[in-house]
Design a protein around this ligand. Structure first.
Ligand SMILES: Cc1ncc(COP(=O)(O)O)c(C=O)c1O
Length: 409
């Protein structure tokens, strides 16, 4: 197994050479990742060379449009989906709201929707509000001890009126990776659509979305080393069946039906930067000549293997500590390196401030997984501390975090 060339990886991220960030260790990646240099270069270049209305005949306009199209094509290929099935909106929360708006007129009286209480509110609230229009909304609940979802509970909720089931690929608090394909097959057998939030999963390696089988799959590029955009895979036939949410005269343009806000052209072009980075990683590690889905799989495995190695000592430290309540599993292979915990006798906000004094940036709060934090019996205002890292994190940084926790608890 080839191991990650961490020096090469870190050299791609200007934040690691930025004097003002010297000595700072970033452990709030689940909130937002550093941008790779390629993303920054694309944004800068777009603003300098092609910051005009795209898709006209004059040269900078034509080039702007071509760059936007290329970005979509490259990312769609990496995700193994059709280019016409990938859409860029302002954020994942906005994307779910647009699709929910379409469901309001598409669903029939008596239709049912299932949401979880493990998700970020972006993949709950948009669908839950359908209850205001008279649709039945059911909640697939986590076990309050383990914070996990049990597929048998979903099976019990599914019925012939179920039209949509929304769940997360990976919770931004629990970190467990849910078995999307297995769940999707279960829901499809019941005749419903599957809407998956991939926001907390994708920074750890963008998946083969086609293989997952979901009908809607969402993630946020500002957490995947890119610009502040929401990426949305919307299955072709779903796009065709749901009512248009764009301008009426664009109803026959699949690319315009579910992105009613004018897109941010520069940021879409800068998705090329994320793809340049992914390809550079593939080349550097000797996968560059494989077909794109195979490159994507190899990069995913590379990231995952590095992250898992760094994660286990942190989980061991937290799960062994008598005062710590670790949320989620203590085995690195079963989860993402998004590690939330509370500590007896310490307010989470105080602990996060103490770590900040030591130049360790962790997150704190409910992370908009409000219903989950509440179900776990944790104060929704103070919440939990969350340390989340990515493939560009070093062993030394994780070591510093463990030492700082040890001196603080
Ligand atoms: C798991 C998860 N889903 C959805 C979202 C919402 O994403 P966006 O900020 O793009 O609306 C977030 C944001 O933190 C998240 O962590």
């Amino acid at each position: 197994m080839i191991s990650l060339d961490l020096d090469f990886i870190r050299a791609q991220f200007p934040a690691f050479r930025e004097p003002s960030l010297e000595g700072f260790a970033h452990f709030e990646n689940a909130g937002g990742s550093y941008a790779c240099g390629q993303t920054i270069e694309w944004l800068e270049r777009y603003y300098r060379q092609t910051k005009v209305q795209p898709y006209y005949a004059f040269a900078p306009s034509k080039l702007a449009g071509e760059q936007m199209d290329t970005a979509k094509e490259r990312m769609a290929a990496w995700l193994n989906v059709g280019t016409d099935e990938l859409h860029f909106g302002p954020s994942t929360s906005q994307n779910t709201f647009v699709v929910a708006q379409a469901l309001r007129t598409y669903l029939a009286p008596g239709d049912e929707v299932i949401v979880t209480n493990q998700d970020h509110e972006a993949n709950i609230g948009a669908w839950s509000r359908l209850a205001d229009d008279g649709f039945v909304v059911r909640e697939w609940k986590v076990d309050p001890e383990t914070a996990e979802l049990d597929p048998r509970d979903l099976e019990a909720l599914l019925n012939p009126r179920t039209r949509v089931v929304a769940f997360t690929h990976c919770s931004n608090v629990v970190g467990s990776i849910n078995p999307v394909r297995e769940l999707t097959d279960l829901v499809h057998r019941a005749g419903a659509w599957v809407f998956v939030d991939g926001v907390a999963f994708c920074p750890h390696g963008m998946p083969d979305v086609e293989a997952l089988g979901a009908d809607l799959y969402l993630f946020s590029l500002y957490k995947v080393y890119g610009p502040h955009l929401g990426a949305m895979f919307l299955r072709r036939d779903l796009n065709a069946r749901l009512p248009n949410q764009g301008h009426f005269f664009n109803a026959d343009h699949p690319a315009k039906r579910f992105t009613p806000a004018g897109p941010d052209h520069a940021q879409i072009a800068a998705v090329n930067g994320v793809m340049d980075y992914m390809e550079a990683v593939a080349d550097r590690h000797g996968f560059g000549d494989r077909p794109v889905p195979a490159q994507a799989a190899a990069v995913r495995d590379l990231f995952r293997s590095h992250e898992t190695t760094l994660l286990q000592p942190l989980l061991d430290y937290l799960s062994d500590h008598p005062k710590v309540r670790l949320i989620g599993k203590d085995h690195a292979a079963d989860r993402a390196p998004t590690v939330a915990f509370t500590v007896d006798g310490h307010r989470s906000t105080d602990l996060a401030s103490r770590l900040a004094d030591l130049k360790l940036g962790v997150g704190v709060g409910n992370f908009y997984a409000y219903r989950l934090v509440k179900a776990l019996g944790i104060d929704t205002d103070d919440g939990a501390v969350r340390a989340s890292f990515l493939h560009y994190t070093s062993e030394a940084e994780v070591g510093r975090l463990i030492e700082a926790l040890d001196s603080s608890l």
